[in-house]
Design a binder for this molecule. Structure first.
Ligand code: 5GP
Ligand code: ZN
Length: 113
């Protein structure tokens, strides 16, 4: 999608601080971190939100979680972390390209905060 911020980050048109990349996903640091560690994990395929995934995307969604699992140590998240997906308007999604927030580096409160 040519007008999508995260597709522009994938293409390099918008710079980002990358934490991990493979053929299917990109992980980069959030520009406005809500915790000492705050990265965004995005598929390179443009999918608008969790409401828009298809059955054919299930392995990709699994891969995203496997990447998070494998990256946690390197990001200094040995004490734990939180994975957040905001879906749609009421879910607080601002960027319409599927992304998973990974937050940590401090004790997170619950409900969210
Ligand atoms: P959402 O509210 O859609 O779940 O989260 C979007 C996230 O993307 C926000 O935490 C916001 O700070 C982050 N973000 C928006 N634009 C950019 C950008 O250009 N670069 C980076 N690194 N993060 C961004
Ligand atoms: Zn996109």
């Amino acid at each position: 999608m040519s007008d999508c911020i995260f597709c522009k980050i994938i293409s390099g048109e918008i710079p980002s601080k990358k934490a991990y990349e493979d053929e299917k996903v990109l992980v980069f640091h959030d520009i406005n971190p809500a915790a000492p560690v705050h990265v965004l994990v995005i598929p390179k395929k443009h999918i608008k939100s969790m409401a828009d995934i298809k059955e054919e995307d299930l392995s990709l969604i699994g891969h995203i979680h496997w990447v998070i699992h494998n990256l946690a140590d390197e990001l200094g998240l040995q004490e734990g972390y939180r994975i957040v997906n905001n879906c749609g308007k009421a879910g607080g999604q601002e960027v319409p390209h599927l992304h998973f927030h990974v937050l940590g580096g401090r004790t997170l409160s619950w409900p969210a905060g």
